[in-house]
Design a binder for this molecule. Sequence first.
Ligand code: GLP
Length: 238
Amino acid sequence: MFATSDTVARALAADIAAALARRRRLVLGLPTGRTPVPLYRELVRLYHERRVDFSRAVTFNLDEFLGVAASDPRSYRAFMQRHLFDHINVPADRIYFLDGTVRDVDRECRRYERAIGRRGGIDLQLLGLGANGHIGFNEPARALIAHTHCTRLRPATRRANAALFGRATAVPRQALSMGMATILHSKRIVLAATGSEKARCVNRMVNGPVTPMLPASFLQLHRHAEVWLDRAAASRLG
Ligand code: GLP
């Protein structure tokens, strides 16, 4: 546990830089959202100070909105360019993203799973936590889908993403996302959560039952899953 979201970001960026120094060909799984913004800012700062090298890193982002092109400023791809990729030396051909504009969605999902496999699987999967307990876009449901798939977004999730689209009703109703197995097959997982709005969900994720109604609770089944919190997000831990 860390005092603030900035201290979480600094510690996590240092951890990632060390992992990249040990093994430059690290395969990273990356999230979007407000939580990773300070982390990406810190990684950019370390890069400018020549303290981290992404030249042989590989990245796979967790998810993308259906029907939104990479070139659209509202896409997760554009978000990643703005906050990270435009400022570091990860080669474009090592950046993998789901394409939300494809005609054949199932094929696109299979392509992504194959690409992850060809790169030897994800070494370090970073995650944020949706306010309703989702990870990636694996929404609370009676059952979860194992592999990369097209999913319907809950109204709360569309509201949480309203800032990108101006208003919640403009947020696409569907998205492509890595599945729960795609995430759980990562060698190491770090979920970061900050702020008091996440505190209740964090407690249920860590101390509650493993249930598809709170997808993040599945991380309890992983041997190398870590939860990095600031004080506010940890405030309801029982
Ligand atoms: C989105 C993303 C998730 C992310 C979540 C939390 O819905 N698809 O991957 O973890 O938001 O976002 P925030 O960090 O803004 O709370």
